[in-house]
Design a protein around this ligand. Sequence first.
Ligand code: CTP
Length: 410
Amino acid sequence: MQLEGIKIILGITGSIAAYKSAFLTRLLVKEGATVKVVMTPLAKEFITPVTLATLSRNTVLSDFFSYDDGHWNSHVELGVWADLFLCAPASANTMAKMAHGICDNLLLTTYLSARCPVMIAPAMDLDMFRHPATTDNLEILQSRGNIIVEPSSGELASGLCGKGRMEEPEIILKRIISFFSEKNSPLPLSGKKVLVTAGPTHEPIDPVRYIGNRSSGKMGFAIATELAVRGAEVTLVSGPVSIESDHPRIKRIRVKTAAGMYSECMKWFPECNGCIMAAAVADYMPLTAKSSKIKRGEGNYTIEMKPAPDILKELGRIKQPGHILAGFALETENEKVNAGKKLHDKNLDFIVLNSLRDEGAGFNCDTNKISILSPDGSAIDYEMKTKAEVAVDIVNHLSALMKIKYGGQA
Ligand code: CTP
């Protein structure tokens, strides 16, 4: 039993996914947790308190007081009692209220009183989930330290297909177990925040065309995953790629252009301990993007270009003593000299050099051959490896620098 002695409040809101909470309750109890269920009034329309009281072996709470004897259900006591407040399923309505401090039912007053960590498993229709109001609320909740168990994609109760299904109870259980085991024995990069960029940027020419490059995003995603596995909270700002990241400690931010990547990096970098800039950002972008499709004409067509923001250089300029900043250099000649120059120009702590001369290295392949250059002029050359193995080498280097800067086991 992996949750022996752990006290959990399970908050259930009005969603068709409430039926999954019965199974979730059973799984938690089987692992040794003590579960107290709090339901919103609407949740009782989807699943009966009798089912949940039986499975949790505890009285289910929903009202501020008992209508029979006037007994007061203290949300404060509940909030102090628990080791974890788990809201599953969390409807769009309840998340909006949580984000804005509204407390018009027992579940919400308990949430506001809870001193313990909070885990939220949203469930709703795909359009509700991607509505800016919901994404903003989720961002607020996440920024306050609430752990979001991202919903999965699939068939929804509405008959539509998309992202919004509450994650399966077995997966939520795994998240809870790893949360408590990591709390007891922290991972080496626990508590560290790292910004990673990945993929290409697409600079629009007109509504249907863009200037891009062949970056697949694989290297940046592998670095983000390696950091997350070691306990870091990763903000992954990625250009258009066809790969997904599913690690719960990776917050994925999708951008299209160099300008979009620039503003997201400027937003997240100050609160991070480090940044690895693996994206293949455009150096130039069209002076103006045409608002309608360019028609074929006679003769040549010229696109005037202007410099794109140099994101890494700007991060190097605003870098504080607590930051470790790393970039990539893709070179075709005078590799180490050029990479060393970039390292100094952009005020980096190290630079990862790929040479396009090495077959199997660089863009759009699963392997890479790198050298890591440091400001003191030293260089470490690595063998050709898979991108996942290269990510291990890069994160080892970053961890060693973090250990020097912050001490501890990083
Ligand atoms: N980079 C960036 N913003 C840009 C271009 C590049 O932040 N507009 C970052 C890349 O993510 C990489 C590093 O700068 O980490 C070096 O990129 P690279 O293209 O090799 O170098 P540039 O500085 O663009 O110089 P050049 O293309 O002339 O070699």
